[in-house]
Design a protein around this ligand. Structure first.
Ligand SMILES: C[S@@+](CC[C@H](N)C(=O)[O-])C[C@H]1O[C@@H](n2cnc3c(N)ncnc32)[C@H](O)[C@@H]1O
Length: 433
């Protein structure tokens, strides 16, 4: 990273030097390395003088890819965008593609630098994008992780337009204050989370009233949860103020779970001191509702990036994550039993521990087989109870999931969703050890 800093700072000089060297010595690579005294060295090597077969092979592949269709497959590549500049260095007419190799000890990381331009107010600006292949060891690790369902998109919705836009909104909201203030009402976000309309909210509000709203503690506390992320809110007489139907759905889920696992009179008290893992917890809506309603012992929310980051931010704003809380917001890697990343603290945090309850509302059921296998292997054996919101109706697939669940639990029951969602056909699977 030290060299990246240097490249950012000295971009103009390096472009000029590269062009000069290439004109005199033909195609080659600019190598960045440290000498024996730890001083930075920048040396241009023409292609024929390079002895590293890795560099030569990668370089050839990169050049061929460029000549072929001018398209780069970006997945798993490291991309660094350099600062813009508006004047070309002296002696440079048109910025060309450059090849930089950053050495770390004997091994190197080869970057292809692609010139880009953008016009702002009639003025042309240039910038370079540095793109590196994953290094071969990393690549092997990544392939391994993909096969285990830790990496790569195992969410069936992920590659669809809806999935891509949803993740895009999460990513933007994460780093942008104005967008964070209203991400929950973004149409692209609501295609995935928050598609409950006003009248469905009314049905839920009535159900909540019948179940006894004060069981959830001081319900004024739920008001604040809807002040974060700017969801659409409606006035519900049963509640006494405006709320988002989605938060009402999560409140209803709290009752549903308590009814499914608690004793006759236990109610919401069932949650006291429980350790919970939620798979696909979205922005943290249910997690925050459960924290308002009960004193939980521990909560692990599993999400893919960038949704995980957004959940962490939402839960921090909602004061669910604070110095005293035991809430972990992790990627699937964080709950993998034998993660091969020694630096992953979260994996250590949850390793070997069991949870009282696994919740997954309409997330586990949307995973492909590799994604489901990941949770069958790493999570289901470690939980006592499980509550799954489901939308799979294809008989064979549903039966297959039920059969797998029976390997882990002694009772596996199907429950109705009440009130029924006006648009989506849904059901619940409740499992107990
Ligand atoms: C339909 S949303 C449900 C969100 C939330 N549970 C709710 O009911 O509002 C499905 C969620 O699953 C998440 N997801 C996708 N792949 C996942 C994976 N491999 N592990 C955990 N969560 C995943 C998505 O990012 C998305 O937030």
């Amino acid at each position: 990273m030290e060299f990246i800093h240097l490249i950012r700072e000295k971009q103009q000089e390096l472009i000029r030097l590269y062009h000069l060297e290439q004109e005199q010595k033909d195609m080659g690579v600019m190598v960045f390395r440290k000498d024996a005294h730890n001083n930075a060295q920048v040396i241009y090597y023409p292609l024929e003088s390079i002895r590293s077969t890795y560099i030569v092979q990668r370089l050839r592949a990169m050049v061929l890819a460029m000549e072929g269709n001018n398209e780069l497959k970006l997945e798993n590549r490291l991309i660094i965008t350099l600062p813009q500049f508006d004047e070309l260095p002296e002696g440079v007419d048109v910025p060309k593609v450059m090849y930089f190799c950053i050495m770390d000890g004997p091994s190197g990381r080869l970057f292809q630098l692609i010139p880009q331009s953008t016009e702002v107010d009639g003025k042309l600006y240039y910038y370079y994008q540095m793109i590196a292949d994953p290094d071969p060891d990393e690549l092997e690790k990544m392939e391994n992780e993909k096969a285990r369902g830790v990496r790569g998109d195992t969410w069936t919705i992920g590659p669809t337009e809806n999935g891509k836009w949803f993740k895009q909104v999460c990513l933007l909201a994460l780093g942008n204050e104005p967008l964070f203030k209203k991400f929950r009402c973004a149409r692209e976000f609501r295609e995935i989370i928050g598609n409950e309309n006003e009248s469905y909210g009314e049905q839920i509000a009535q159900a909540l009233e019948a179940r006894g709203l004060d069981e959830l503690g001081d319900i004024r506390n739920f008001k604040y949860l809807d002040e974060i992320g700017g969801p659409d809110k409606y006035y519900y007489a049963e509640i006494g103020w405006e709320m988002s139907p989605t938060t009402l759905r999560y409140m209803n889920t709290a009752f549903d779970i308590a009814d499914s696992f608690g004793g006759e009179d236990e109610g919401i008290d069932w949650f006291e001191d429980k350790k919970i893992i939620e798979v696909g917890g979205g922005y943290g809506g249910l997690c925050s509702v459960l924290h308002q309603a009960a004193d939980l012992r521990e909560y692990t929310l599993v999400e893919i990036e960038p949704v995980r980051g957004l959940a962490e931010r939402y839960l921090t704003e909602a004061n669910v994550i604070n110095n005293e809380s035991t809430v972990n917001v992790v990627t699937p890697q964080g709950v993998e039993l034998e993660s091969d990343d020694p630096e992953l603290e979260s994996a250590e945090l949850t390793q070997g521990e069991d949870w009282d309850l696994l919740i997954s509302e309409y997330a586990f059921c949307e995973l492909n087989q590799t994604g489901m296998e990941f949770y069958y292997r790493n999570v289901f054996p470690r939980v006592k109870n499980c509550y799954l919101g489901m939308n799979i109706w294809e008989e064979a697939r549903k039966n297959e999931i039920l059969a797998r669940l029976q390997e882990f639990f002694t009772t596996v029951e199907e429950h109705k969703v009440t009130p029924e969602h006006p648009q989506w056909k849904r059901y619940i699977i409740v499992c107990k050890k």
